[in-house]
Design a protein around this ligand. Structure first.
Ligand code: HEM
Length: 455
């Protein structure tokens, strides 16, 4: 794999120009096509070239599909590109946390949050990840029918509540979980639709729902934070690490900032990981060969014991299954930036204000970067015998200064959960093709129902 050295395929620098995209409507531009099916629309843009002009309402946009250009967009974020302001649904729920914050405020927040998700800290969350998965495995039995989306969402939600807030009572988890679910749904609708274009003052039923959900979240998180402060105990949860964090002036995060960061980590981390696992079960069910190889690794590395943090590094094929799942079904499917003065991509000037878009969905399924792109083949990730994969042809966690803060957390969590469950069970997902629906994350377009088979 040539992720360190850059593209191995087609190593000549590619020259670029902005090709015209599909025709749009007056004023609306290509908005209706985007709104109807963003993934299909991005695929269509790609068929026009690697750098394509289009219009999102009145805004001039450029779509890029080439890994070198994607790398430039990601690594130049903050310097040459701003992230576009997020819609009211995001802001109502995540406040001014690290996802919403921009410029110097973002830099301060990121440096305060980062230490709580460092690899060393993730090691301390791993036991909770594995034991929560074991609790679920203990409830499954041979022949049982399960709703995979619901099971995975409940599991990652339990892990998020335990590792972030350090609480474990059903009452805490339930009220917070329900409000977070509503919030996530509304953010998803706004993110994938045109809701963000409405001015903030326009009342909509979705906006009313999100306000009510945010009020519940405020109250619940407020209660947990107060309990943590009062107890004064050193605890191994993310919240305690955030309460202890100080910026370069020695200042702690305020209660409001603590609320915003914990909710941001929860929203950023829970559905992304649970959707990845749902897609992994779907792909494993459709690819018996891969399922057999995975089971072989789990038997070899774990035998009849449960996994722990140190097994993560040994479970290389399990890691590849998750990477390959994230290639085919990237739960975050869209990255955008707004050009600042003087911005360029692939040598092409991007006028100030141009919105540049790219999609993991399109580039990660491009045959130029991934031979037989539709095939679920974890072997392509083998460090010794795998494919040469161009840098930024795979970017499910983004890249550059705004790269996902939870990359390590998510990989360890997904690998340990899969290891616990797939060591004991196979899931036979009901027949039929399941398609993706782009919401805040890439969701299956129907319930994913499966029969549990004990191994
Ligand atoms: C499979 C799971 C995950 C995927 C695919 C994923 C993907 C991403 C992507 C693509 C971004 C960058 C978005 C952009 O450039 O606009 C991002 C940012 C972020 N992610 Fe994740 N993520 C995952 C799990 C997590 C987890 C578990 C956490 C927390 C524990 C987390 C916390 C964050 C935060 C805080 C940011 C914002 C970073 C910043 O703006 O500085 N993510 N994630």
């Amino acid at each position: 794999m040539s992720t360190e050295t850059g593209p191995a395929i087609d190593a000549e620098p590619r020259s670029h120009r902005i090709a015209p995209g599909p025709k749009g409507l007056p004023f609306l531009g290509n908005l209706p096509q985007f709104g109807k099916n963003p993934l299909a629309f991005f695929e269509r843009l790609r068929s026009h070239g690697d750098m394509v002009g289009w219009r999102f309402g009145p805004n001039s946009c450029v779509y890029i599909a080439d890994p070198d250009c994607i790398g430039e967009l990601l690594t130049e974020t903050e310097r040459s590109f701003d992230q576009p302001a997020l819609g009211i649904a995001f802001r109502t729920v995540m406040g001014n946390g690290v996802v919403v914050a921009r410029g110097t405020d973002w830099r301060r927040k990121r440096s305060l949050v980062q230490p709580s998700v460092r690899p060393k800290q993730v090691r301390s969350y791993a036991a909770t990840m594995a034991s929560s998965a074991v609790e679920l495995a203990d409830t499954w039995s041979d022949g049982e029918r399960v709703d995979v989306k619901r099971e995975m969402a409940a599991l990652t939600q339990r892990i998020a509540v335990r590792t972030i807030f350090g609480v474990d009572t059903a009452a805490d988890a339930e009220a917070m979980g329900r409000a977070m679910d509503v919030a996530q749904r509304e953010i998803g609708k706004e993110f994938a639709g045109v809701g963000a274009l409405l001015p903030d003052w326009v009342p909509t039923p979705g906006r009313a729902r999100i306000k009510r959900a945010a009020a519940v979240i405020d109250a619940e998180v407020g209660r947990v934070v107060a309990r943590h402060r009062d107890s004064g105990d050193e605890r191994p949860d993310l919240l305690s690490r955030l309460l202890a964090a100080v910026d370069e002036t020695g200042a702690h995060l305020t209660d409001r900032e603590i609320r915003d960061e914990t909710v941001t980590l929860y929203i950023g981390g829970h559905e992304t990981t649970s959707s990845t696992l749902v897609w992994a079960w779907y792909l494993l069910s459709r690819n018996p060969r891969v399922r057999t190889v995975l089971a072989g690794e789990l038997d070899r590395v774990l035998g009849d014991r449960e996994p722990e943090f140190d097994d993560y590094a040994r479970l290389t094929y399990t890691q590849s299954v998750i990477k390959e799942t994230l290639r085919l079904y990237p739960t975050i499917w869209l990255v955008t930036g707004v050009a600042k003065e003087g911005a360029r991509i692939g040598g092409v000037p991007m006028p100030e204000g141009t919105r540049v878009w790219t999609s993991q969905w399109v580039t990660q399924r491009d045959a130029r970067w991934f031979p037989e792109p539709e095939e679920f083949r974890p072997e392509r990730w083998d460090p010794e015998t795998g494919d040469d994969i161009a840098e930024y042809a795979w970017f499910p966690f983004g890249g550059g200064p705004r790269v996902c803060l939870g990359t390590r957390f998510a990989m360890v969590e997904a690998v340990l959960i899969l290891a616990v469950l797939a060591r004991r069970f196979e899931l036979d997902v009901d027949p039929g093709v399941i398609g993706p629906v782009p919401s805040l994350t890439l969701q299956p377009d129907r319930d994913v129902l499966a029969t549990v088979r004990a191994r």
